[in-house]
Design a protein around this ligand. Structure first.
Ligand SMILES: [Zn+2]
Length: 700
């Protein structure tokens, strides 16, 4: 890219009118990354022989089908599950994917590093995904293991359930943790059903139905969609219903009953409350929120009550209604976040199905990370009262650096979202959400309305407040986003950009010089420094330097792209001849499959491997093989790639033997003062052989 072009990109970037600026930059970044990656892959591996041909879509399928699906191998069920999982649909539930090229390939923002351009590639034909930047890759199992943070067994179960396949029985019993969790899910889902049926049919729920329809103006349909329920004003209502089905301690573990304060036993927890079940992104019930009926007769009862945190429920990562909003968020390319479940349900009733709710916490980085995988824009809605305004201001610094178009909306007239919708309707709400100011602009407007902007003194204070906000977001430093904000600030305040930067530098210095260096809690979980970066991380990655190391990797590339070559390689190379431990393990796995009388196709190998890092390595090798056109190169008789690669490894083995022999002989000759003739002859032969090999390599 030439300089004048770069200049244009930058000026577009800084142009406040250019909404698409970030997208433009992303595309450039990706192309650069891809080009660099390709170059890095091609130079050492291909040595200029033959073009790089991406394997055509169909060529793989025939190989996969050759692989027998029956037999006693434990990979069978895994393969069945994998082949019936639509990887694009699965990943698409978490990451917004767009098709790229004609071969069914999709790209999206990688959820495993702080991705600013779509680096995650999904290859449906191979049933694999891989990130070009952080090297994370694998198949449907590794995806679920990483995203849901579960063990292989649970990932297999989830995907089997998704594919409508029944898990084969295992002799081993599953672990206590898993049993406990699945029991918890059972209790919670059973309780949801009890509450909901009560609300819909029971005479005891008349007051609750009246409250929902008259005061909340919620229709029975929307209550059914969100599975809203009611707990009647009876202290052991749920315990009675659970008897014979769940124990009291199971109810307690699920947060449905509590010990009475006077020690006289247990009492139900959501008594006389309208109950809103809280679901995880997969739609499983994990907790409840309860709103007490306004005409209740209990002193000091809190208006809202949430289940406490449990092994299946974490407030700071969960968003209410996300299971029902995912489609809407993707369609609108925007997510609207309200505080609490009643506003969320009301918004959905008005057709705003891209609205989610936080659960009695401020929006966290985890929330934003989750949302930005699905949406380009996130709108935070705060009540128009004083408390809402303050909550919005507090949330600002931690989101300023988030690479997402973050807007802040405070509703007029001190209304909450439900009240606003009732009074002004859906269209007016959408309009407000569309026009909501960006986070920094929101701060600016707030400051101007407090301080004013007419006098020099007011401008000085404005400047100082705005820079303070930027300083509080350390990850913003040096980013294009920071440049953008400074550019707009300079227009508003009538200050030159260099002056503004100067001032910012000073403010940063003052802050870092401060005796107590505060740590912004918002920066902890999202920092890029603790993300896997490939080079520095301990994960298994292919060898990168040296011809012999390359040959090790090439050997696996050959195996995965042309598994028929296994016999030839198996005869000549032992796994322990490879230096790279992960490659060694991969080769041993291929041999094991071969010894079972099967062909180690990529699909087979991948389903035998359970360790996500090993899978990631297999995907990486497989992808490099395709980029290098390894299968075509193997088929080229003039090249004889297999022989070539095996010879490189043999050469190293001989060289090592030669060196250790030489060491041995020199020890012996030092000890005895001389070598016998037989030793001399052997040394000479080894030396000549070694020389010949060296020359052969040089000539080639
Ligand atoms: Zn990544």
């Amino acid at each position: 890219m030439c300089c004048s072009k770069t200049g244009r990109w930058v000026s577009r970037l800084l142009d406040p009118r250019s909404r698409s600026a970030s997208i433009v930059v992303s595309r450039v970044d990706l192309e650069t990354v891809v080009a660099l990656r390709r170059a890095a892959v091609l130079v050492p591996g291909c040595r200029g022989r033959g073009p790089v041909v991406r394997r055509s879509a169909g060529s793989r399928r025939s190989t996969t089908q050759e692989c027998p699906v029956s037999g006693g191998f434990s990979g069978d069920f895994k393969e069945q599950v994998r082949s019936q999982t639509d990887l694009v649909a699965l990943i698409g539930e978490t990451v917004s994917l767009t098709p790229r090229g004609g071969g069914g390939e999709h790209v999206g923002l990688c959820p495993f590093h702080d991705d600013h351009s779509p680096s995650m590639h999904v290859y449906p034909e191979r049933q694999t995904y891989r990130c070009w930047v952080c090297d994370e890759g694998g198949d449907c199992f590794s995806w679920v293991m990483r995203i849901e943070n579960v063990e292989f067994r649970e990932a297999l179960e989830q995907l089997a359930e998704r594919a409508n396949l029944e898990m084969p029985r295992r002799r081993q019993t599953s672990g206590p943790d898993r049993d406990e969790r699945s029991r918890l899910y059972d209790v919670l889902s059973w309780a949801e059903e009890q509450f909901h049926q009560c609300l819909v049919t029971d005479a005891e729920a008349t007051r609750a139905r009246a409250y929902l329809s008259e005061q909340r103006r919620l229709s029975p349909e929307i209550a059914a969609r969100f599975r809203v329920g009611f707990h009647p004003p009876v202290w052991d209502w749920l315990q009675q219903r659970a008897s014979g089905r769940f124990t009291n301690s199971e109810l307690e573990a699920a947060g449905l009953v509590k010990q009475r304060q006077d020690g006289s036993g247990l009492r139900d927890d959501f008594v006389d409350r309208v109950v809103f079940p809280i679901h995880d992104p997969r739609g499983r019930t994990v907790a409840f929120g309860g709103r007490i009926l306004p005409d209740h007769s209990y002193a000091d009862a809190p208006k809202y009550l949430n289940s406490s945190e449990s092994p299946v429920f974490s407030k700071k990562s969960l968003l209410y209604g996300l299971d029902l909003s995912r489609g809407g968020i993707r369609r609108e390319k925007a997510a609207v976040v309200v505080e609490g479940y009643t506003d969320c349900v009301t918004a959905h009733q008005y057709g705003l199905d891209h609205v989610v709710g936080t659960l009695g916490t401020a929006l966290t980085d985890e929330h934003v990370t989750r949302l930005k995988r699905l949406a380009e824009r996130v709108v935070l809605v705060y009540d128009g009262d004083q408390a809402g305004q303050m909550a919005a201001e507090r949330a600002l610094p931690r989101f300023l650096a988030q690479d997402v178009d973050l807007r802040v909306l405070t509703l007029p007239e001190g209304l909450d979202p439900a009240e606003f919708l009732e009074r002004h309707g859906e269209t007016a709400f959408r309009q407000l959400a569309d026009d909501a100011p960006e986070a920094w602009e929101f701060k600016y407007q707030g400051a101007v309305s407090r301080i004013g902007s007419a006098t020099v003194d007011a401008r000085q204070r404005l400047l100082s407040e705005m820079l303070e906000l930027i300083v509080l977001a350390p990850r913003l430093a040096g980013t294009a986003r920071e440049a953008l904000i400074l550019g707009r600030l300079s227009q508003r305040l009538g200050l030159s950009e260099p002056d503004l930067r100067n001032e910012l530098q000073q403010q940063r210095r003052r802050r870092s010089d401060g005796a107590v260096q505060r740590v912004d809690p918002g920066t902890r979980s999202m920092g890029t420094s603790d993300q896997p970066s490939g080079a520095g991380s301990k994960k298994a990655s292919g060898p990168s330097a040296g011809r012999v190391e390359l040959a090790e990797q090439e050997l696996l590339e050959i195996l995965l792209s042309t598994p028929e070559s296994i016999s030839r390689i198996h005869e000549q190379v032992r796994p322990d001849e490879l230096r790279h431990a992960a490659l060694q393990e991969l080769l041993a796995t291929c041999y094991r499959i071969h010894e079972e009388g099967e062909v180690p196709t990529f699909a087979r190998v991948s389903s035998v491997l359970e360790d996500p890092e090993m899978k990631s390595l297999a995907v990486k090798i497989d992808e490099q093989a395709r980029l290098k056109g390894t299968s075509q190169r193997v088929a080229d008789p003039e090249l004889d790639l297999i022989e070539e690669t095996v010879q490189v490894l043999k050469w190293r083995r001989e060289q090592e033997n030669y060196e250790s022999d030489r060491g041995l002989w020199s020890e012996r000759s030092e000890a005895s003062g001389r070598l016998d003739d037989e030793d001399k002859a052997r040394l000479k032969r080894a030396f000549e052989h070694h020389q010949k090999r060296m020359q052969r390599k040089v000539v080639r």
